[in-house]
Design a protein. Structure first.
Length: 210
């Protein structure tokens, strides 16, 4: 069985990815893998501080992108790269596609600047450019996500954005998938939880065997 696999989970707020991340962690453990379950922004004590800033302080769009990438660099070097070197399956709740989607799409920040930050930050000794092996994009219309979020906790800076913001976020995810189709699996998140889980498992098994 293949070792050292890097899977990221993406989607607009309210897309319902969290329960499936837990489910996949259990699924991989059941197959005998060591699993590192982590998230962005965050995943280390320092990166969690960056998360707190990014989610609760208003800031200039470049500053926001830099904070996301600073948190990512820290997380990559302290958690993701060591886990992959050990042979773990790394399950990461959001990664760089979220920066392209939220800062690039939602905020309208320059895509090429994000690409050069990506090249700089994800250049690691073990790989020319670290990217997930598989990205599960939980795709949901923003109006459905908004209904789900009304019952959720007090919204953070991003969750309280209008639907127009999330339409841009969604389009930017689609653009990233078009740019890197091989590692993306688009999951229809506008279904029952069981149906979504079924699609997640199919996508994982297909990518895993590839
Ligand atoms: P979460 O609520 O799924 O943990 O994600 C945290 C929020 O941060 C979510 O609203 C998306 C946002 N975000 C960005 O804006 N840029 C990023 O690069 C990442 C990783 C998350």
């Amino acid at each position: 069985m293949r070792q050292s696999w890097f899977v990221s989970f993406e989607g607009i707020d309210g897309a319902g990815k969290s329960t499936h991340i837990e489910g996949l962690a259990a699924w991989f453990k059941g197959k005998g893998h060591a699993v590192t379950l982590t998230r962005e922004p965050g995943g280390t004590p320092l990166a969690e501080k960056f998360r707190d800033l990014a989610l609760h302080e208003s800031m200039d769009a470049l500053t926001e992108a830099l904070v996301m990438f600073a948190a990512r660099r820290e997380h990559l070097m302290q958690v993701i790269e060591p886990a992959l070197a050990r042979g773990d399956v790394v399950l990461c709740d959001r990664f760089t596609d979220a920066t392209f989607a939220y800062q690039g799409g939602g905020r309208g920040f320059d895509w090429e600047v994000l690409q050069s930050l990506e090249r700089m930050v994800q250049h690691v000794p073990a790989s020319v450019l670290r990217q997930p092996d598989l990205t599960l994009w939980f795709d949901l219309p923003p109006e459905v996500a908004a209904q789900r979020l009304t019952t959720a906790r007090v919204p953070d800076k991003f969750e309280s954005q209008p639907q127009s913001f999330f339409r841009e976020v969604r389009s930017a995810y689609a653009r990233r998938m078009a740019e890197m189709p091989k590692r993306f699996a688009q999951i229809d998140a506008n279904q029952s939880r069981d149906a979504v889980w079924h699609d997640v498992l199919i996508a994982v098994q297909r990518a895993y065997q590839a």
